[in-house]
Design a protein around this ligand. Structure first.
Ligand SMILES: *[C@@H]1O[C@H](CO)[C@@H](O)[C@H](O)[C@H]1NC(C)=O
Length: 377
């Protein structure tokens, strides 16, 4: 099993989504997308008709008070988020996302340690989500760091779910609107630690699987590879392998939501004439201006035109790459998005989500995904 431990460490970050949906409480499909305040995409410009659920990222934990807070510079847009995206799509549901890859993971472990600090966090999260008009909460704690963290995490989820149910009952009585919670996301193992799978299956409405970052120049500097392949006959590091592992660990298929990256990674090839998957590389390419050689889908499409890169769609893995001179880029495009969405629908998953929507170009990938799934309902 050493392999699978490694696999999970590489593969997933885990979003824990706890959603409070005011509606008939049914989630028949998740067509999700994350929005980041500083991503350059203005709230008014979000085409919310292409989504059923939008995640507003990120709120964070105040490690002194153990309360959920929103940075001052985010407050205005977070407050306007739900009403703005509902203008174009009145039925879209919104979730306030918590933590994220840059948050202080240790602070979450400290918060989860005692009943009092958990209660501060839970109560403040529900209050804040309500005040700002969100329908749900989404926790992206990357990652619990010890077996104790994992145990406490399971307890936190039990208490969180129970607080949400209680709050929902109060509201229901008051407003006569039905209030149910949906969703979470996570993975069974990370850093050799096992997630509290039973607690997660019981308490979360769904789980967002981060089925990307399998390979990137920072952790695979000497070899190119696909960052988000759906299938991997060679090493079994792929979206479908992750889905299978989660189902085997005990998460119901209908609680799984597959993440699709709207970005890719650019490597520097050692030899411009050797440009396949697993070609010799020397770290990230300077073309990828962002951290770790990542490029948005939009930047990649522009790069392909400008540099006349050769593009390859590999149907075996369901992934694209392109190359030009010594630059090699792994990414997703319309055909891989179409095939991923068809796959998750066919396998009976609840849906998909995009990380993140500002990286799209003219909504091409968002629209492809939504149309492939078909009319939601
Ligand atoms: C497609 O992917 C498979 C599996 O990794 C690999 O064996 C094959 O060489 C790839 N083909 C191309 C053209 O990249």
């Amino acid at each position: 099993m050493a392999n699978s431990i490694k696999l999970f460490r590489i593969i997933f970050s885990f979003f824990f989504l706890q959603q409070l949906v005011i509606s008939n409480g049914q989630n028949n499909v998740i067509k999700g997308g994350y929005w980041l305040r500083d991503s350059g995409l203005a709230l008014n410009n979000i085409d919310s008709t292409l989504f059923t659920h939008l995640f507003c990222a990120f709120a964070d934990l105040n490690s002194q008070s153990n309360q959920l807070i929103i940075k001052p510079e985010d407050q205005d847009s977070f407050r306007q988020f739900t009403s703005t995206v509902q203008r174009k799509n009145p039925s879209v549901k919104t979730l306030l996302s918590i933590a994220g890859g840059r948050a202080d993971k240790t602070a979450y472990g400290v918060m989860a340690r005692t009943p009092n600090s958990r209660k501060s966090f839970i109560d403040s999260s529900i209050r804040l989500a309500r005040q700002l008009g969100f329908h749900g909460l989404d926790l992206d704690w990357e990652y619990p760091e010890s077996a104790t963290d994992m145990t406490n995490f399971g307890i936190l989820l039990n208490e969180w779910r129970s607080a949400i149910n209680t709050e929902g009952e109060i509201r229901k009585a008051r407003a006569r609107s039905c209030f149910s919670q949906a969703a979470v996301s996570y993975s069974p193992r990370v850093n050799s630690l096992t997630y509290p799978v039973q607690s997660m299956a019981r308490n979360f409405d769904w789980i967002n699987l981060m089925a990307y970052d399998f390979y990137a120049p920072n952790w695979s500097p000497s070899q190119t590879n696909s960052n988000a392949q759906l299938f991997d006959p060679v090493n079994h590091v792929s979206g479908s392998d992750g889905i299978t592992a989660w189902i085997q660990a005990g998460i119901p298929t209908r609680k799984l939501v597959l993440g699709i990256p709207f970005y890719g990674y650019a490597w520097q090839l050692v030899n411009a004439n050797i440009h396949g998957l697993r070609a010799p590389a020397s770290g990230k390419s300077s073309v990828g201006s962002n951290d770790g050689g990542s490029m948005t889908y939009s930047q990649i499409k522009d790069y392909i035109v400008q540099s006349r890169a050769t593009t390859v769609y590999n149907a075996t893995i369901v992934g694209y790459y392109c190359y030009s001179r010594n630059t090699w880029i792994s990414y997703d495009d319309t055909q891989s998005v179409r095939n991923k969405v068809t796959y998750v629908k066919g396998r009976g998953l609840l849906g998909y989500y995009a990380w993140h929507i500002a990286q799209d170009q003219n909504w091409v990938l968002s629209r492809t995904a939504s149309q492939t799934w078909g009319a939601s309902s």
